[in-house]
Design a protein around this ligand. Structure first.
Ligand SMILES: [Mg+2]
Length: 321
């Protein structure tokens, strides 16, 4: 298939900053790419690396893709490129070949349809506000708390307070973003192991300590996130929870297949994509909810600014860019 390749860069400021134990996100930038064949069929993709330092590398590699290229050659060319470029091109190819057909609308805007990302510096206060929110009316909601940001003694105290306030309609996810040593992780697992409202403890140990993570997973559900990005082979080996990020994986079609095959223990997570990449998040999250282990995705939709970049229609975003 003969293709025309085009790219446009984007940049936006999150509606409020997002802190984790490794970095702070305030701005996101990247590229929207568009493939078009001679029948005028189009496919869009988004290059949106999590780490800012990867942008230069992506820029250089994107400049190596010629404007006129066929589908076989572009697939071969990108094999050594940054995973986010591979993700974008493979997404666009899948769309043009109609291997994925997006719906016009997806419904994830209600408070109970996506995990609520707490501000790590006021997690307890936010939880109390949620508990007093009459609109919730007993709905099952999921909160996510990023830890290993303040000192551990303070965070353990907050944990005990949070656990004291958890009602049966609230699920808790805790994410250490790979920052704990085994000693601290063991302390948290000891506190959490008999708590029913825990969805999972996410990446408590460094990406490389797979053995330690396996050991913890025997006591409470451990979700891998950063380890999966560094060691994608773990997708086939880790039988606990997996945090999956279609915009950071080389080919999101693999995840689409896994979900269609009803593989469980996969949960979708945003990397703060525009409306282009969000179509994959929505589509895959809808499938996840129909699978054997339904869990609301982590979409952080409230972090999106009010901008054309978050329109539902990909072509509209492209036209205004
Ligand atoms: Mg995470």
């Amino acid at each position: 298939m003969k293709l025309t390749f085009k790219k446009k860069s984007f940049s936006f400021k999150l509606s409020s900053r997002v802190d984790n134990s490794r970095r702070t996100y305030k701005y996101k930038s990247g590229w929207i790419i568009k493939l078009e064949n001679i029948e005028k069929e189009v496919g869009f993709g988004e290059v949106n690396p999590l780490r800012k330092k990867d942008l230069d590398k992506c820029q250089i590699q994107l400049n190596q893709i010629p404007k006129y290229i066929n589908s076989k050659n572009i697939s071969d060319l990108i094999k050594s490129f940054h995973p986010c470029i591979q993700s974008a091109i493979n997404s666009a190819l899948a769309e043009i070949e109609r291997k994925i057909v997006f719906k016009e609308n997806y419904y994830f805007n209600e408070i109970d349809q996506t995990a609520i990302l707490l501000n790590p510096y006021s997690a307890l206060q936010e939880l109390k506000l949620l508990l007093n929110n009459k609109l919730l009316n007993g709905k099952l909601i999921t909160i996510k708390w990023k830890v290993a940001i303040q000192d551990n003694t303070s965070e353990e105290k907050i944990l005990i307070e949070i656990l004291n306030h958890l009602t049966s309609n609230i699920k808790l996810r805790i994410d250490a973003n790979g920052s704990w040593k085994r000693e601290i992780a063991n302390r948290w697992v000891d506190i959490l192991k008999d708590i029913e409202n825990i969805d999972w403890l996410e990446q408590p140990l460094s990406t490389d300590d797979i053995e330690g993570l396996r050991e913890l997973n025997k006591s409470i559900p451990i979700a891998l996130d950063e380890s999966l990005l560094k060691y994608p082979y773990l997708i086939n080996e880790w039988d606990g929870w997996q945090i999956r990020r279609p915009s950071q994986e080389k080919n999101p079609m693999h995840l689409l297949k896994e979900l269609k095959d009803k593989k469980g223990f996969r949960s979708l997570s945003t990397s703060f994509e525009t409306g282009i990449g969000r179509r994959w998040l929505f589509h895959l999250s809808s499938l996840q909810l129909l699978g054997p282990t339904p869990k609301v995705p982590g979409l952080a939709l409230k972090k999106n600014p009010d901008s054309f970049l978050f329109l539902n229609e990909a072509q509209d975003i492209w036209n205004q860019l």
